[in-house]
Design a protein around this ligand. Structure first.
Ligand SMILES: CC(C)(COP(=O)(O)OP(=O)(O)OC[C@H]1O[C@@H](n2cnc3c(N)ncnc32)[C@H](O)[C@@H]1OP(=O)(O)O)[C@@H](O)C(=O)NCCC(=O)NCCS
Length: 75
């Protein structure tokens, strides 16, 4: 999951976090990352090289439908 405090939004925090995760994963020999991205986080993952694996329109959290998208990034 990826969250940035709204007071710090739009300043590259999410990019810095994801770039660090990608670099660490590469260093460990990991070849692919996967995530379940919310609607609001999806554009950020796309900017960082993630592509859609599957839409999950019926994803449910504690009885509430919260659509998300399964995404992957080849490293
Ligand atoms: C989405 C979220 C993580 C973005 O964090 P942020 O620190 O503001 O993002 P950044 O400033 O690092 O932006 C990263 C890139 O994504 C782009 N971006 C951010 N929001 C975007 C949007 N809504 N649409 C298109 N592009 C967007 C930025 O332009 C930036 O691209 P660039 O670096 O190439 O210019 C933050 O708003 C958030 O926590 N939202 C709620 C997240 C949520 O619902 N999480 C559920 C679990 S996944």
């Amino acid at each position: 999951m990826l969250f940035v405090d709204p007071r710090a939004g739009g300043r590259g925090v999410a990019r810095a976090l994801l770039t660090a995760v990608q670099a660490d994963a590469r260093a460990r020999g990991i070849v692919e990352l996967r995530t379940l991205a919310s609607r609001s986080a999806r554009p950020v993952f796309e900017r960082l090289g993630f592509t859609v694996v599957a839409e999950r329109p019926d994803n449910t959290v504690r009885g509430v439908v919260v659509p998300n998208t399964e995404m992957r990034c080849r490293l």
